[in-house]
Design a protein around this ligand. Structure first.
Ligand code: MRU
Length: 347
């Protein structure tokens, strides 16, 4: 199965009464959707990384609230309190991707209004958030591709494609759009420890007939030294008001290496990923996941001398970023001042 045009694999499928979630932990070997009927299930799907990637997490959470309203509205007069409990539960699923909190805030704002048909209205809101994310990605794909004129090679990190978003992708969307225009060597880091690059990104690109070369994360410096890449292109989980960017662990290393080797660094993210309430990246909560995701099983016992440190995001300071591409435009050399250009008019 290969994808044509802008139609990419779907991480999330809304049936109108349930949410189907592609279990990304099983890719690329098995393509299987789990079906959820309530917010508790969606919370679990996010926390266990069946669905992952900042925009996809936000969209899933919006559908989770729609399912909560569906579950409680006609059953109890206390439905709003039940939905509020479910929103609080969804908010605890993962801490770093601000799209989650943005999407939940959108649902709360709608719920605060007088609604005629809450089930239909919350469902419509989630579908709108989903559709707008795809539209933003396609716009960013073109804007980012404009920056790649003359480039012959790029490297990406983690998975920022259709699997991580409503569809098409952020950084991977730029790569999709650019490869329609020009010949481009695409390199993908494997992205330890969850291997989003090795399991998801190369699979997605192969679905689109886009050639890609996988490399070990530790080979990135040597790749840059070879002169084969002009840009590193990554997504984001949360961008502070000054452009500091939290993204998958290893992104910061790539940015430091890029500076040393004269490789430019691009972040691609919709404005739903910008947290205007924090002035810089120091305020971003970095998710720490279970040490057993890293640790060989033989050390997984209480009196073990071996432990593991497993932060799954890091923060790249804005001074290492050449461009932040959003659907509202491109910010070159991001700072608190230059970021303001895209802030105007955002609610
Ligand atoms: O832990 P994950 O797989 O949810 O992390 C995903 C990333 O870090 C992505 O790069 C980011 O969410 C941007 S996705 C468009």
């Amino acid at each position: 199965m290969t994808q044509q045009n802008n139609q990419t694999v779907q991480a999330l499928q809304w049936t109108g009464s349930s949410l189907k979630v592609l279990d990304q932990r099983k890719l690329p070997d098995t393509l299987i959707y789990d079906e959820y009927n309530d917010a508790k299930g969606v919370t679990e799907a996010i926390a266990t990384m069946r669905v992952r990637g900042a925009p996809a997490i936000g969209i899933a959470a919006a559908y989770g609230v729609a399912l909560s309203v569906r579950q409680h509205y006609s059953v109890t007069s206390e439905w709003q309190a039940k939905v509020a409990e479910d929103i609080a539960l969804l908010a605890q699923s993962r801490p770093t991707a601000v799209n989650l909190f943005w999407a939940l805030a959108q649902t709360e704002a709608l719920l605060a209004q007088t609604l005629i048909d809450p089930v239909a209205e919350l469902s419509a809101l989630a579908e709108k958030i989903h559709a707008e994310d795809i539209a933003a990605n396609i716009t960013m794909g073109e804007l980012g591709a404009d920056l790649l004129v003359g480039a012959t090679g790029v490297m990406t990190h983690c998975n920022t494609g259709a699997l991580a978003t409503g569809g098409y992708g952020t950084a991977l969307g730029v790569i999709r759009s650019a490869t329609k225009r020009q010949s481009l060597a695409v390199f993908a880091g494997e992205t330890r420890p969850w291997l989003q690059g090795a399991r998801l990104t190369v699979w997605e690109l192969a679905q689109d007939n886009i050639p890609v070369t996988l490399l070990a994360d530790s080979a990135a410096a040597w790749l840059m030294k070879s002169g084969k890449i002009d840009w590193i292109i990554v997504g984001a989980d949360r961008i502070a008001a000054n452009g500091d960017t939290a993204n998958k662990i290893g992104t910061y290393s790539l940015a430091v290496l890029a500076k040393q080797h004269g490789v430019k660094f691009m972040v691609v993210a919709p404005t739903t990923t910008i947290d205007w309430t924090i002035e810089n990246g120091q305020h971003i909560e970095i998710e720490q996941r279970d040490q057993n995701e890293l640790l060989p099983a033989c050390y997984n016992h209480t009196d073990s001398l071996v432990s593991a440190w497993n932060p799954v995001f890091d923060v790249t300071p804005s001074e290492l970023i050449a461009a932040i591409v959003t659907e509202r435009g491109v910010v070159l050399n991001p700072t608190e001042l230059t970021m303001r250009a895209i802030k105007d008019g955002i609610k």
